[in-house]
Ligand binder design. Sequence first.
Ligand code: HEM
Length: 224
Amino acid sequence: MDATASPAAATPFSALIRDASHAQHTAAETSPFMSDMLGGRLGVAAYTRYTEQLWFVYDALESAVDALAGDPVAGPFLRPELARAPELARDLAHLRGPDWRAGLEPLPATAAYAARIEECARTWPGGYVAHHYTRYLGDLSGGQIIRSTAEKTWGFARKGDGVRFYVFEGIENPAAFKRDYRALLDAVAADDLEKQRIIDECKRAFDFNGAVFRELGSRFPLSA
Ligand code: HEM
């Protein structure tokens, strides 16, 4: 074993990025808006407003896919079965009606989040990977908990309109998909310094999500 190897070099990147965002993950899960939503204490208007925010985030992530497809860093992560914008469009048509796009505006925190994703997509593929990881690996995990709560609380058909965002039709085995995704992270074409920058951007991505939750929470405080 190389005695000069740093712990960072010995630990797979997928583990480093997960561990670095662990505390923020707990904070996101336990944020008042998320807890209230998962506790079934909010109305469907709050869920709709939340789903609207997701539209802007995934529109930013997925509008960049064609431009980044051949990129050595970001390219390997771009898998068509992850695409969420078409599913969000169907959910929003159900929640807001066929004219769902008209008058749809992001909250300020969502606009800042989407702008940062777009900036990374244009200028820094590693940063884009940080945002990609933060959203899609989360959706394949905790997203499933949100789906079952939404179905029960607001009466959406199981895996149907309203919760299609959480249903990955093209991914039969999410656990296996996540394992493969972590292998891609471990093999990412980046040196240690760039990997650290990606981790920092992942933490920033969690911060953006936290800010969106705070804005949603202030718009949908619990009356009781
Ligand atoms: C109440 C909301 C949430 C719940 C219940 C939840 C739950 C979970 C669970 C159970 C896992 C572990 C899956 C596994 O080990 O395979 C996970 C992983 C993950 N979650 Fe969440 N989560 C929530 C919110 C979020 C948010 C808001 C984000 C970021 C936007 C997020 C991002 C992630 C990521 C990136 C992972 C993958 C960690 C890794 O293995 O590398 N989660 N989540």
